[in-house]
Ligand binder design. Sequence first.
Ligand SMILES: NC(=O)c1ccc[n+]([C@@H]2O[C@H](COP(=O)([O-])OP(=O)(O)OC[C@H]3O[C@@H](n4cnc5c(N)ncnc54)[C@H](OP(=O)(O)O)[C@@H]3O)[C@@H](O)[C@H]2O)c1
Length: 279
Amino acid sequence: MGRQRDNVFIKYYSLIHMKGLAGKIAIVTAASSGIGKGIAKVLVSEGCSVYISSRDENKLRKSAEDIKKETGKDVSTIPCDLSKPDDVKLMLNEVKKKVGKVDFLIINYGDPRVAPFLDITDDDWDSSINMFIKSTVYMTKSVLPDMIAREYGRVVFITSLTTKQPLENFAISASLRAAVVSLSKVLSIEYAQKGITFNSISQGYIMTPRLENIARRNAEKSNISVEQAYEAIKQTIPAKRFGTPEEIGNLVSFLCSSDASYINGTNIQIDGGFVKFPF
Ligand SMILES: NC(=O)c1ccc[n+]([C@@H]2O[C@H](COP(=O)([O-])OP(=O)(O)OC[C@H]3O[C@@H](n4cnc5c(N)ncnc54)[C@H](OP(=O)(O)O)[C@@H]3O)[C@@H](O)[C@H]2O)c1
């Protein structure tokens, strides 16, 4: 029995080492819930030291507790509002002071305002430009010089299906996330010879608190039950199910692994077949 357990452990241990994730330092933003939390959970269970950030310290602490319960591993928390450039700079300074280097920068974002174009205010645009564009630039600029010096790094931007399939009322999401995807491509070309890869992920419907809110809103609007609202969305997905945050985490972990060292500058759909455009 003991030997069997040892063998399982050795197999698991060598798998972790083969992927090259053990001992690496990762930052995951917007990770007190949903997709970011799922990514942090997968990376920490594969041996990374993970720092999670978001605006609400209590939610962050709860996220860290949940991850510990499920994986037995600790993640560190650093509060940061991505729509406030000063906050982002403070967070980066703190990470640098604490850990010195970052191997994996995983930039996930909060939810932008979803509304008809004329209802979106200048303030909505300003805070979203701060969250999607400025924070992306600051965070990438902050970790890049050290990644170049070490000739190693992975940067993954978590965007949305709206980059491939713009939807009505999603003007902010579709336009600003598309800019992130293009920036990722440019960076991948500029630093391809430095051992650093830049990729982005366009996820479809993932079962998170945000999707719960959407289902509740749709249910109210159409006078149907929340279950019926979930079902109506599911029917638009060829897989007829929602994705899980851990499935996004698995893709991020693959992109960070040594197996993915030649994957650079891509935008990967993970959406159960939702986006129909073939290229
Ligand atoms: N779930 C889906 O089906 C789906 C599909 C396509 C795209 N997305 C996008 O994926 C991202 C994550 O969504 P989710 O479904 O995981 O939502 P979620 O469960 O509601 O989580 C959103 C996370 O973002 C954080 N956050 C919000 N505003 C922030 C800000 N200004 N600065 C820093 N952190 C912030 C929240 O934490 P705090 O409240 O603590 O700040 C929370 O951790 C969003 O951009 C969403 O639009 C989701």
